[in-house]
Design a protein around this ligand. Sequence first.
Ligand code: F6P
Length: 359
Amino acid sequence: MKRVGLLTSGGDCQALNATMRGIAKALYNLYGDEVEIIGFEEGYRGLIYADYREMKREDFSGILTVGGTMLGTSRTPFKLIREPDENGLNKVEAMIHTYKKLKLDCLFVLGGNGSLKTANLLSEEGLNVIGLPKTIDNDLWGTDVTFGFQSAVNIATAAIDNIHTTAASHGRVFIVEVMGHKVGWLTLYAGIAGGADIILLPEIPYDLDNICAALAERGKAGKHFSIIAVAEGAISKEDAVLSKKELKKKKEKEKTYPSVAYELAAKIGERTGQEVRVTVPGHTQRGGAPTPYDRVLSTRLGAEAARLFDKGKFGLMVASKNNEIVSVPLKSIAGKLKTVDPKSEIIRAAKLTGISFGD
Ligand code: F6P
């Protein structure tokens, strides 16, 4: 009899259930009734505090199209993982204890950057761990694409699409703020797909003068509305050269805004006299059903994770490289961020088609 654990950790996204289904269906096909699946509640919290349930085959049926995660999730910051909890409990020891007490043969971790750092730590502590790349941010090193990303691109694109008609009717500047944490993948893809005129990414610091110049250019060309897709982590050229400490000090002195989109709206409005509006789709970008692309990707990643388990291969993350499903060592990806390369072909293509990056 084989016994494996399953957990979903960090911010949720579409296709978490689809991925768990991929793992489970493949395991049941490989082992029949000779495999037991333990689902940990709310990510690492469930592993730390032994909060789990025995999953049944039926749990994995009818969930391919269902967003969110049936196990629940939570954020367990990696930087605090070695710190005792409020009752003095050693979290790492507690996780190892739960794994051993349950006599698990493997732990499957569906997570993003922080969660996979913890997965790597557990692997280094001697547990059999397999990671699966989850996040709408697409910022995981070692994989071309993460599950959740394409579904979020669809939603962010729809937000920009829907802004187009109202922006055109009123002749306004619209700023759509897109998620993505410290990277610009989601904004870049949704911005191009939605026909944004200006795209602002953390990887390409912007200059307000250049943004205003791009807006003026559009005006001169007879276009009386503009759409700016801004990543939540976008930063100005002057702020980008400051250290974290200097930036914090500067921000304390300046007028504060709820987010970068609101700051830009105020500054662009002031400079250009144009009417500027802000739209923030926020967590809707993580919600709803996964796209067919993500359902296929998740099924492939899940099945590959089960296959690796069957082969006794651990300490790995399943990944997509050049449209092939492969695996990479967890230690080679843990803690590394995949950012947008400002010199890449996609940026060149976007610029060639007239999109301004405010740089
Ligand atoms: O990592 C996914 C993500 O949605 C980021 O794009 C965003 O910065 C963050 O999570 C939001 O976190 P929370 O759901 O904790 O507000």
